[in-house]
Design a protein around this ligand. Structure first.
Ligand SMILES: [Zn+2]
Ligand SMILES: [Zn+2]
Length: 269
């Protein structure tokens, strides 16, 4: 099953290229009715494909067979959400949270950053495979309703404007859009990344913290009291911690975090 999913993630981009090529052909021939054609293809060719294995006939964007083999983050710290080896007693948090409590109240990531989630999220971020954003956002909806019923706004982690311009999109905003459509929550765009930080990938935990110091700012008083930070993956929690600090300073009463996946901090040490 894993090999099948691995192969399909690559085949999936070919499928999209074929559809886009067909759309370009229609454009060139000036047949008109582009949206009709595109929606037809979307409904009958893409809409029923699982984004991970491309199997046909699925109503959901990730089919039930793939859902069964996803690396779920069932056993995690109740505070920061990082995977732990055994369930913790109520009110007892992981060693990291005990030694250095985060500024956000709680972070949750339904999935661990392992195959096929890591491959799909890299494809979303670095290969512009945007179909993964709504697919994984759907997986976040039950967690949002269950753990964070009190939140009043979604705050996608902002990219620096130069990185945003280079990439052309922000994966956190793409995920937030789908969450907003499911929940009716507004997306808050008051946050900015004011300092251009080097990419976090490959940095140790301590270097990540240094890299992010004073990286975020909020425009004016925050329009939300209980914002929920949204991102694709959380690793050390440093990004969310610094963003939470900026949100709290701008008037938030509490800040929570929801990401698709949680990477293991242990791998960075
Ligand atoms: Zn599937
Ligand atoms: Zn913890």
């Amino acid at each position: 099953m894993i090999d099948r999913v691995r192969g399909r993630i690559h085949e999936r981009s070919i499928l999209f290229r074929d559809v886009l090529a067909a759309f370009s052909l229609c454009d060139a021939l000036m047949l008109g009715g582009y949206w009709v054609v595109f929606e037809f293809l979307g409904k009958f060719s893409l809409g029923h494909h699982c984004v991970l294995c491309a199997s046909l006939g699925n109503e959901d964007r990730i089919c039930s067979r793939c859902v069964d083999v996803l690396p779920w983050n069932h056993c995690h710290c109740e505070r920061c959400g990082q995977p732990v080896v055994a369930d913790q007693p109520l009110g007892v948090f992981c060693a990291d949270c005990q030694s250095s409590p985060p500024l956000f109240d709680r972070a949750r990531s339904p999935l661990r950053y392992a195959f096929p989630v890591d491959t799909a999220l890299k494809a979303l971020k670095f290969k512009r495979q945007l179909m993964y954003a709504p697919a994984f956002a759907t997986i976040l909806v039950p967690t949002l309703h269950e753990i964070f019923p009190h939140v009043d706004a979604l705050v996608p982690v902002p990219l620096h404007r130069l990185r945003h311009a280079t990439r052309g999109f922000n994966q956190a905003i793409e995920i937030s859009r789908e969450l907003a459509s499911h929940t009716g929550l507004p997306i808050n765009h008051q946050t900015r990344r004011v300092r251009r930080t080097t990419t976090q990938s490959g940095l140790s935990a301590s270097k990540r913290r240094k890299n992010l110091r004073q990286a975020f700012a909020v425009n004016g008083a925050l329009d939300a009291k209980y914002p929920l930070i949204i991102d694709d993956v959380i690793t050390t929690g440093a990004t969310c911690d610094y963003l939470a600090a900026a949100l709290l300073a701008a008037g938030a009463k509490s800040v929570d975090v929801l990401t698709v996946a949680r990477a293991s901090i242990k791998l960075l040490r």
